[in-house]
Structures are given as structure tokens and as C-alpha cells.
Design a protein around this ligand. Structure first.
Ligand code: PMP
Ligand code: GLU
Length: 402
């Protein structure tokens, strides 16, 4: 008879042991678990539009199934999709890429992972203006890089200044990663602000910029600016984008980059060994999504804008929720440090994680702690939820902290 081997014999890699789980996904899983136990949880933790994928995109996917798109796809994406991406970059961002500079991946998260794997050597420093999107830090660490967090403040609308950038550069600096519109702060770098950062980088020609523009269309003030638009930055900027947010296609898993040829070809190589080309049906649907005029998705942006006003109005009525006015994306990132050291219903709040957990347990509202984004004083609330849910969530929060 064979003997059962215990799982304690399995030794995992140091790499995965050091890796943190994604806080956004962990909170979403926790909310799901509590709901399964019968708790009425309002989930404001996951950054996911609550709209259905528009019908014209779904129809394209159905057509692709019926047209027998079922084979392996080219590693860096269908030619027709790369053409649609090139046209989109020209139309929306005035960027001119060649097909060899485009790589389609299984979500923008994989695009970021590829870029980290092909650019970062052990010990290379990557500047992350805080707050940054939750996965940047761990994707950088997985590649052997060292995240260098640059603290920003609500007074400066959570944006890194040129002086801060200059100060954080060392001989080991390899890259800078940021998102604009920013997840989680909603802040948007204007063309002028990007130019000022680019001016600092003039002295450091080896530093590569990753400009994550996945929230490009979810912009309430207009005027999206890309770092790659500056001639002196084009050849060292990776522009990351995807369809998850603006097209309500989170589960379809398509992201893409426009990048210097050398980086794009290296991403193609690594992806060819890891996942191959992205899903065939999703790629066909994304061709239709990107070729459509942006006006076709404006109804979702308009609705997010209404909800932004609603959530800001509602939160302004709660003491100790200090918010910036987010210009894009669908998050508010209130500074809740007012509650640190206070005891509510017998629970002492010492930090943002305590506060987020308090809201989950006492108000049945799921949020994400700012720690996950490199900011210890804030929590992130996603307002990609219905008006009723937002009103109810804030009422519950008010009641819990009363
Ligand atoms: N970048 C940012 C700033 C995000 O918020 C997200 C979350 N969707 C991603 C990248 C990853 O996007 P995707 O779902 O396409 O992998
Ligand atoms: N990007 C979304 C968020 O920040 C989805 C979750 C994730 O991919 O981490 O909530």
C-alpha cells in the first residue's frame, strides 16, 4: 500500500513566499466569502465597472465564435487588432507606433508583468509615486527590482513633483511607473506636469517610463496626456492600456502596450514562453471596441461622473473623511487618519487596515486599505457601484462610526 505524503513536504519557492497577495482581489474574495455566509456585504473594494459589456462588442465576440476563431493567436496579437490599436493610439494620443511596437496581452496586468521581466535586473530601482496601483510594487519585486516609494500628499493632489522625482533618482534608477488617471487617487497629470517631469529626465537618458493609461477614457476634466507624446520621451516610454475599465470588459482579459521596439520584441519573446497569444474571441471583440468612436461608451463615463459627485457629497458629511476631488477613474481615496488612536464600539483603530477591517465587520462595507497602495493614511472606495449601494454604504459607515 502506498503511503500518503503530507503537504508539509512541499517547499515553495522563496519568490512566492515573499510575494504579497493582491489586496484588491483578497478583499473581493473576503467579501464574496462573507456573502456566502449570508452577510449583506456592499462591495466597494474591487475596481470593476458594474455595467455589462456593450452589446456591439458582445455581438463581435459571438460573430468570432461563429466564424471559427478558435486557433492559437499570434503571440503579440492579431494583425487586425494591432492595426486597431495603432489607429487608436494615433486618434486618441497622437502617438505613431509600428506594428512591431505593439504587444497584446492577457490584461494590462500581464503587460506590466512582461515589461518588468524584460527591463528589470536584480537590484534595479523603480520609482513609484505613492499612491500607486496595488500590483506595481509586487510585480517589480518579482522581477528582482527594488520599489522606491515617493510619498505625495493630498495637498498636492497626490502627484509627484519634479523636485521629488529628481531627489529620488540614484545611479540604480531603472524605471518610473505611474498611472494617470491614477488608481487609487483619481489624479490626472496634465501635459504641463508631465513635461516638467520629462525635463528632469533629460539628464537621465537611461531611465524608462511606464505610463499606465488604462483609465484614459474615464476622465471628468478632459485633456488626457501621454508621456510618449514628447519626442524626447517616445523612445523610452512604455504606454500601457487595456479595455477592462472603459469598455466594461474586466473578465475578457485584454491589455496592450505601445513601446520601444526593443522592449516590445522582448515582451513578445517572454509571452511566447509563458502564455502565448491572448484569447482569440476576446481579441476579435476588442477590435470592434477600439474601432468604435469613444462616444459609444460615454454613457458609462457620464454615470461614473454622477456617482463621483454623489459619493463626494455623501462623504463630506462624515467627520474625518478628507478627500481630494478625483479627476478620473472611479475611486475616492479619503484620508481617514483622524480615526487613528480612537476606539469605536470597543474596537481600537490604529491604522488604515484596522479602519478598512472595521468597516467590513461593523458596517458590512468592503473597501481597501491605503497600505496596499503605498499610503498609510487612506482607504480606497470604488464608486463603480449603483447609486442605491453607494447611499446605503455611506449610511452604514456613518452609523458604524457614530
Ligand atoms: N493598471 C491599473 C491602474 C489598474 O487599475 C488595473 C486593474 N484593472 C490594471 C492595470 C490591470 O488591468 P487588467 O484588468 O487589464 O489586467
Ligand atoms: N484593477 C482593479 C482594482 O484595482 C481590479 C483588481 C485587480 O486587478 O487588482 O481594484
Amino acid at each position: 500500500m502506498s503511503t500518503q505524503v503530507s503537504e508539509t513536504n512541499i517547499i515553495l519557492s522563496e519568490r512566492v513566499n515573499k510575494l504579497k497577495a493582491s489586496a484588491t482581489l483578497a478583499m473581493a474574495a473576503k467579501a464574496r466569502e462573507l456573502r456566502a455566509e449570508g452577510k449583506d456585504i456592499i462591495g466597494l473594494s474591487l475596481g470593476e465597472p458594474d455595467f455589462n459589456t456593450p452589446d456591439f462588442i458582445k455581438d463581435a465576440a459571438i460573430q468570432a465564435v461563429n466564424d471559427n476563431y478558435n486557433s492559437y493567436t499570434p503571440v503579440d496579437g492579431y494583425v487586425a487588432l494591432k492595426d486597431a490599436i495603432i489607429t487608436k493610439f494615433k486618434r486618441d494620443n497622437n502617438l505613431s507606433y509600428d506594428p512591431s511596437q505593439i504587444v497584446v496581452s492577457t490584461g494590462a496586468k500581464q503587460s506590466l508583468y512582461n515589461v518588468a521581466q524584460v527591463c528589470i535586473n536584480k537590484g534595479d530601482e523603480v520609482i513609484l509615486p505613492c499612491p500607486y496601483w496595488v500590483s506595481y510594487s509586487d510585480i517589480v519585486k518579482l522581477a528582482g527590482g527594488v520599489p522606491v516609494e515617493v510619498a505625495t500628499s493630498i495637498k498636492n493632489d497626490f502627484k509627484m513633483t519634479p523636485e521629488q522625482l529628481e531627489k529620488s533618482i540614484t545611479p540604480k534608477t531603472k524605471m518610473i511607473w505611474y498611472s494617470s488617471p491614477c488608481n487609487p487617487s483619481g489624479s490626472i497629470y496634465s501635459k504641463k506636469e508631465l513635461r516638467a517631469l520629462a525635463d528632469v529626465l533629460q539628464k537621465y537618458p537611461n531611465i524608462i517610463v511606464v505610463s499606465d493609461e488604462i483609465y484614459e477614457h474615464i476622465n471628468y476634466v478632459g485633456g488626457h496626456a501621454s508621456m510618449a507624446q514628447f519626442d524626447d520621451m517616445f523612445n523610452r516610454t512604455v504606454t500601457v492600456n487595456g479595455v477592462a475599465k472603459a469598455f466594461a470588459m474586466t473578465g475578457w482579459r485584454i491589455g496592450y502596450i505601445g513601446a520601444p521596439n526593443k522592449i516590445a520584441r522582448a515582451c513578445n519573446k517572454i509571452q511566447g514562453q509563458v502564455t502565448s497569444g491572448a484569447n482569440c474571441i476576446a481579441q476579435r471583440a476588442v477590435i470592434t471596441a477600439l474601432e468604435a468612436p469613444v462616444s459609444k461608451i460615454q454613457y458609462m463615463v457620464d454615470e461614473f461622473k454622477n456617482r463621483r459627485k454623489l459619493i463626494l457629497d455623501l462623504l463630506s458629511d462624515i467627520p474625518g473623511f478628507e478627500c481630494n476631488e478625483p479627476e478620473g477613474a472611479f475611486y475616492v481615496f479619503p484620508d481617514i487618519s483622524y480615526y487613528f488612536g480612537k476606539t469605536i464600539s470597543g474596537i481600537t483603530i490604529n491604522n488604515a487596515s484596522d479602519f478598512s477591517m472595521f468597516l467590513l465587520e461593523q458596517a458590512n462595507v468592503a473597501t481597501v486599505t491605503g497600505d496596499a497602495f503605498g499610503n498609510k493614511n487612506c482607504i480606497r472606495i470604488s464608486y463603480a457601484a449603483s447609486t442605491e449601494q453607494l447611499i446605503e454604504a455611506v449610511q452604514r459607515i456613518k452609523k458604524a462610526i457614530a
